[in-house]
Every structure is written in C-alpha cells, then in structure tokens.
Design a protein around this ligand. Structure first.
Ligand SMILES: *Cc1c(COP(=O)(O)O)cnc(C)c1O
Length: 387
C-alpha cells in the first residue's frame, strides 16, 4: 500500500517541510521541532506526575536539547561527551542521570565532579566503581526484561541483571555508602506489546517488597526507560493507549505507595518530527524478466538508516508519484552489499518512479543523524536542518 502523508503528518506540516526541502541538495534530514514540543507536552499530559529524562542518544541536536531544556526536561546521558554537550546548554547536573551501565571509573569520577549524583548500574564491578568514584550518590539497578521478541529494536539482553542480583546490588549499594534509590528497565525500543510493561512492573514490585521486608531498604523510584513507539509502517497503539494501560499496571501494583516515576523517551519524542529527504540514484532490473526493481537512493545504511539492519525499523517511504505499484528492493548508494535497506520486505513503489525523483523517509528524526558514517566511500555525514 502506498504511504499517505495524512497517516503521518498534518498536510500543512508536511507542506512546510517539503517547501523548505525543495531547493536543497539531497540527502538531508529536516526536523520540525514544533512536533517535538507537541509530543513532549502530550507525554507529560499523559504522565503528569512523572519526570522525563530525554535519552540524548536519540538525537543530540542543539535545537532539540535547548527546546527540551526550556520545557523542563531532564536528560538521560550515556557518555562524558553527551554530558559536556548537555551542560553547555546550561542544564544543571541535578537534571542529569548517568544511565549507561557500561562505564569507566574515570568517567564516573568525571560525572561526579560535574555534580551528577544519579547513576544506573547492573553489576557488582560497576557498583564498586560508583561507590569509589561517586561516593554517596543515588544508584538504581537495571533489570532484564523479556520484551525482546515484540520490540522492533530490542535493547534488553546486553543490559540489566536478574531480579535476585538486582536485590544483592541494592543491599551492597547501601553497605558501600551509596543510596539504593530504585529500579530501572527498558522493555525494548519501539515496543509494540504493551504487556511488556506489565511484566516488568510486576518484577519491580517484587524487588521493592522483598528489599523492604527482608532488608529494610525502601526504594523510591522506578525508571521505566523508553520503548514508546514512533509511527512507522508496522502499526502500534497510540501513545494514549500505552499511557493509560501503563498507568493502570502501576496503579495495580503500587496503588497508594506510588514511587517517583521516571520516563526516558527517545524515539517516541523525536522520531516523527523528522523527514529524511533523498533522491533516486538508479533503478534497475537484474534480468529482463525480473519481477522486482532495485531502487537505489542517495541515502543508505551508512548515512543514517542503520536501524534498517535486519529490516527492523520499517520507515514509511513517500513519493509524490502516483499510479500502478510494483514491489521494489530499496538499497543505498555505497559499495557495500550490506547497504540494502529492504529486500525481504518488498516496498511497493509506483512503476513511473524515475531516477532523480525524491523519496521522503518519514519518522526519521531519531537514531539517524548520529549513526551516520563520517566518510564511508567519501560520502559526508547526513546533513540535518531544524525548523
Ligand atoms: C536508548 C535508551 C532510551 C530511549 O529508548 P527509546 O525506545 O528510544 O525511547 C531510554 N533509556 C535508556 C537507558 C536507553 O539506553
């Protein structure tokens, strides 16, 4: 089925983006920051008493950081470079959490000296480093979740530990002079199954209860990570449905003793705000009778579309050409045969699509610019503009 603008953008918004893009050389990303402001307000409306920590890795553009700073967001940060960048926009250290469980002792020290007092952990060695390099800080422990099968971009296996170990770590945190503060999880990015939060919250509840009853440790916070969806080809529920279900899960498990809730949105906040504008470089058939055309574009896996790995994220690809459609294979411009975005999943594109036509990749505001290679085959990094 052809991708329709109205399923993703209000026509006037797309019109504005397209007008801005018309006289510029492709490829590039255009982000409409008003859409980010809108998603931020929507999310805080759905979760009025939660704190937002924007996952900076999704898109660290200055325009986005300053917009979210002004709206009162906090920031989930994974490296000292992200920290420097965010703080250079006047964000104070008490609005930052060091959410990466994989970090050098020297980096923990760096964050501590800058004033950061909130750290994620999922292992004993890391916890001991935190106790030494960031004494007295708040620590929260990340648990493993089982949402991998239903998330389009799973994050879980590499991070987190089993609940038993999480409890051991919180006890150890107390004994090392840290503040055992809470539990975090990430159900997997672009998580299509809302039940994934239910299962994770249930695990957190057990950890809260057992630590309190058996060890006298009262945790204060649940960090629910990211995982909310952006709008791609594969349908999801809308954010309102996610929010009301998740609030219900929390209510059922925690009721009157609701801990502080942290959300770390990346994709859902930024994804839809961006349109990647590309051009068709070449169209070919591999035999005279081949049923599928290959459509090569000037953007590919190495210039921002790495999340098409295993065809995980299926971006809506829009063209102004109309008419009879044919399934296509879509590939990038580089001399690497991994640079094929969609081959198993055949994208229908109109038969009259021609070399030089523009293709608009919707919902590409998150996880594109920063993933772009700096010089593969000499192609420059993906340009981006912020309206
Ligand atoms: C990447 C990441 C996020 C953001 O996840 P999305 O699915 O993009 O919202 C949140 N928290 C942590 C710890 C992350 O690593």
């Amino acid at each position: 089925m052809a991708v329709k603008i109205e399923d993703y953008y209000r026509p006037e918004i797309f019109g504005k983006i397209k007008h801005f893009a018309d006289d510029k050389e492709t490829p590039f990303l255009v982000v409409d920051t008003s859409l980010i402001a809108q998603s931020y307000d929507e999310l805080t409306g759905f979760f009025p008493s939660s704190k937002i920590y924007y996952a900076v890795k999704a898109n660290p553009a200055p325009e986005i950081l300053s917009l979210l700073r002004d709206r009162g967001s906090n920031f989930d940060i994974a490296s000292r470079y992200e920290l420097d960048k965010v703080m250079s926009f006047g964000v104070s250290a008490d609005r930052v959490s060091y959410g990466n469980t994989i970090k050098k002792s020297a980096d923990i020290r760096y964050f501590f000296e800058k004033g950061v007092r909130m750290f994620a952990t999922d292992s004993e060695a890391d916890l001991r480093n935190i106790a030494q390099a960031a004494p007295g800080s708040k620590v929260y422990v990340r648990i493993l979740t089982e949402g991998n099968l239903t998330a389009d971009w799973p994050l879980s296996r590499k991070f987190g530990c089993q609940p038993d170990m999480a409890m051991d770590l919180m006890i150890m945190a107390r004994d090392l002079g840290l503040i055992p503060y809470g539990v975090s999880f990430h159900v997997g990015s672009q998580q299509r199954e809302i039940g994934a939060w239910d299962a994770a919250i249930a695990k957190v509840k057990v950890i809260f209860e057992r630590l309190k009853e058996e060890d006298g440790i009262e945790l204060k916070m649940i960090n629910m990570g990211g995982g909310f969806p952006a709008r791609y080809i594969s349908k999801t529920n809308n954010l309102e449905t996610y929010a009301s279900e998740i609030r219900r899960f929390l209510e059922e498990d925690f009721g009157d003793n609701m801990p502080e809730i942290i959300l770390e949105p990346g994709r859902s906040l930024i994804g839809n705000s961006g349109v990647l504008v590309s051009e068709v470089v070449l169209i070919s058939r591999k035999t005279r009778t081949a049923l599928n055309r290959w459509v090569y574009t000037d953007v590919g896996k190495f210039s921002g579309l790495i999340e098409t790995l295993d065809e995980s994220i299926k971006y809506p690809v829009y063209t102004e050409k109309k008419g009879e459609m044919e399934d296509c294979i879509i590939a990038g411009p580089t001399c690497d045969s991994a640079d094929i975005m969609y081959e198993n999943y055949k994208y229908p594109l109109p038969l009259n699509l021609a070399i030089g036509d523009r293709l608009y990749w919707f919902s590409t505001g998150a996880y594109t610019t920063t993933y772009s290679a700096i010089e593969f085959n000499g192609f420059p990094p993906l340009k981006s503009y912020y309206l």
